[in-house]
Ligand binder design. Structure first.
Ligand code: NAD
Length: 345
């Protein structure tokens, strides 16, 4: 078992990484409270809820929502607020997020808003949630106007990462997580990229731990997303456009980001005259069974990119690679975005 401490503005918290440790959660964190509510989804609950309930010492409640992105809404949060209020949850009580990125985003948002903020702990059960979404405090919900448009940055009080959970993941969900894993290699750490290419499964615990370290470093330097943290969006500009064009149903987040990273690598190769960069990025993604091409036209993609409500002041932040292991924020005027993207097609 390894530990990382993340020092955020409001609090520092421990992130534990190990295998088969979730049954001892009470030994890792100070869970002293009258009441604890474990929030989880309908797939994870039958697999892991009982053991966690047995591992904590308080009046334990659970709230199980229907698995899937379509539950990441204000409506689900409102139901949870009412559940907590009915059960008498107070400022000193605790929430635990047991699940993937959807569960973590919902629970974090509920914790940040119920009684203007109560304690919550993360037990991420997907690869994506373990290496990315459970760390750094970004949480929120989707609205009909777009994904993740409502939310906050509210750090958890602790995170427990157990690789045992990954044994029950669908292959597609696991591969989705690998897109976020290798992204850290592309943007920050060439040796991590090489480890992923050589033998991902053989190195999985080390790889997850390294991703968590990188996320910690980035969050500590730029918790509120004003600069460095944006490099985590490598592949996400085109990736989000692809998700949107598919109505958020046709493509999973990881596969869309994988395609987005391949196109961003092509644009990096052209912008910085780095021959071979695209082949390295696309080759490694293919090796991880991730897609690198889309049938959408560059005009469709550009339109969707330009409609993104996160664009600011006529400028779009595109994350490019100077080389493997080194990312850069490349600002581009929105009037030039379509021409810029066209180069990759
Ligand atoms: N907050 C952040 O910083 C951040 C970063 C990246 C992504 N996200 C968000 O994360 C979400 C995607 O996360 P995700 O891919 O984990 O999706 P998810 O939470 O929907 O999980 C994917 C599927 O795996 C199932 N599952 C989870 N753990 C399991 C296990 N151990 N065994 C079997 N099945 C299991 C879930 O029930 C679900 O069906 C998106 O909403 C995205 O916006 C947030």
């Amino acid at each position: 078992m390894k530990k990382i401490v993340l020092n955020a503005k409001d609090r520092s918290y421990d992130i534990y990484c190990g295998s088969n440790i979730y049954g001892q959660i009470g030994g890792y964190f100070d869970l002293a409270a009258d009441k604890i509510c474990i929030i989880t989804d309908s797939n994870v609950a039958p697999l892991y809820l009982r053991k966690i309930k047995n591992a904590v010492n308080a009046d334990v409640y659970d709230y199980v929502f229907e698995a899937g992105e379509s539950s990441k809404t204000i409506d689900t949060c409102a139901k949870i607020y009412n559940f907590l209020a009915q059960k008498g949850f107070s400022k000193t009580d605790i929430l635990i997020a047991l699940g993937g990125g959807v569960c973590g985003d919902i629970t974090g948002f509920v914790a940040s808003t119920y009684l203007r903020g109560i304690r919550y702990y993360g037990i991420p059960t997907t690869l994506l949630a373990q290496v990315d979404s459970s760390i750094g405090g970004k949480c929120g919900v989707d609205i009909s106007g777009g994904k993740n448009l409502v939310g906050s940055i509210y750090q958890p009080f602790g995170v427990l990462i157990d690789t045992l959970f990954l044994n029950t993941l669908d292959e597609g969900v696991f591969n989705d997580g690998m897109a976020e894993v290798i992204k850290y290699g592309f943007i920050y750490d060439k040796s991590l990229y090489q480890k992923c290419v050589e033998d991902t499964l053989g190195n999985l615990s080390d790889i997850i731990f390294r991703c968590v370290q990188i996320k910690k470093e980035i969050v500590e330097k730029d918790e509120f997303d004003g600069g460095l943290r944006m490099i985590l969006n490598f592949g996400h500009t085109i990736g989000h456009a692809i998700e949107k064009l598919g109505g958020y149903e046709k493509h999973t987040h990881g596969s869309a980001v994988s395609i987005g990273m391949a196109y961003a690598a092509k644009l990096s190769e052209i912008t910085y005259s780095k021959t071979g960069l695209f082949d390295s990025v696309a080759g490694s993604l293919k090796k991880l069974n991730l897609p690198v091409e889309t049938d959408y036209s560059y005009t469709d993609i550009a339109q969707a990119v330009l409609n993104d409500k996160k664009n600011r002041d006529g400028l779009l932040n595109f994350i490019l690679l100077k080389e493997i292991g080194k990312a850069e924020i490349y600002k581009i005027n929105t009037v030039k975005v379509a021409d810029f993207i066209r180069q990759a097609f």
